[in-house]
Design a protein around this ligand. Structure first.
Ligand SMILES: O=C(OP(=O)(O)O)[C@H](O)COP(=O)(O)O
Length: 260
């Protein structure tokens, strides 16, 4: 359409080891699985075939989003494109749920409760504390001394709303000015940081955002007007039947099932 001024790409990283194991990964720094590497490479190939060219890539400071960005750029032959990282694009902090298996949680607490924890817009899970098995691994990691806030003030659990609250200042101050310089931007981030940004850009209601699911490794193209408002519906690029199956798989992760 004629009033499309900017193209923005959002991408949830390729599958990580804990996506496969159906565990809440969040701020634990899992690498991509073998399938996840392939998803990222396939994503890069698709974007290359379709002729897209990036000027700037933003990632979180979690390895799976950075690795995905590298693999996409490599497959596109655009390795030189600058990559900028911020904790503000990190996955939602799942608090004390980190490391737990979703299907087992559904067995213990019921599928509705797990759905609420996963998709309730303003629902913050219980905070992580020092007794949690992954607390030290997260908060003793040197990357969290490099953030634009003191380590002590970093979140200990977040709702999707709180993700948007920490992401929005970065979006406005850092990403938007680059887009307005006509740069084609790829944001290689996470299921929930991308959902938070989509909610903001598309004006999705608190209720409706619960029904938006992003599969791993599938680029989302947003066509925006000069005020960065979407002009056309978002496009998930690739084989639509496969994309629908991948969305269903993510939604089904919260169904009750014993992992033994
Ligand atoms: O780490 C996570 O997402 P990510 O794989 O996009 O980084 C979360 O565990 C996503 O879980 P959810 O789909 O239950 O919100």
């Amino acid at each position: 359409m004629s009033n499309v001024k900017y193209k923005l790409f959002l991408l949830r990283h390729g599958e990580g080891a804990w996506n496969k194991e159906n565990r809440f990964c969040s701020w634990v720094d899992q690498k991509l699985s073998e399938d996840g590497v392939k998803e990222a490479q396939d994503c890069g190939k698709l974007l290359k075939e379709q002729g897209y060219k990036f000027d700037l890539v933003y990632t979180s400071i979690l390895s799976r989003s950075i690795q995905t960005a590298w693999l996409v750029l490599e497959a596109m032959g655009q390795e030189w494109v600058p990559v900028v990282k911020s904790w503000r694009l990190n996955e939602r902090h799942y608090g004390s749920l980190i490391g737990l298996n979703r299907a087992e949680m559904a067995l213990q607490h019921g599928e509705e409760k797990v759905k609420l924890w996963r998709r309730g817009y303003d629902v913050t899970p219980p905070q992580i504390d020092e007794s949690h098995p992954y607390f030290l691994e997260i908060y003793n990691d040197r990357r969290y001394t490099t953030c634009d806030v003191p380590k002590e003030t970093l979140p200990r659990a977040e709702s999707l709303k709180e993700v948007l609250d920490r992401l929005l200042p970065y979006w406005e101050s850092t990403v938007v000015p680059e887009i307005k310089k006509d740069k084609t931007v790829l944001i290689s981030a996470h299921g929930n940081s991308c959902r938070a940004l989509l909610k903001h850009l598309e004006g999705i209601s608190d209720e409706e955002i619960a029904n938006v699911t992003l599969p791993t490794g599938i680029p989302v193209l947003l066509e925006l007007d000069e005020n960065l408002r979407p002009v056309n519906p978002r496009q998930l690029l690739g084989d639509q039947a496969k994309i629908q199956a991948a969305i269903k798989k993510v939604e089904d992760q919260g169904k009750a099932k014993s992992s033994t």
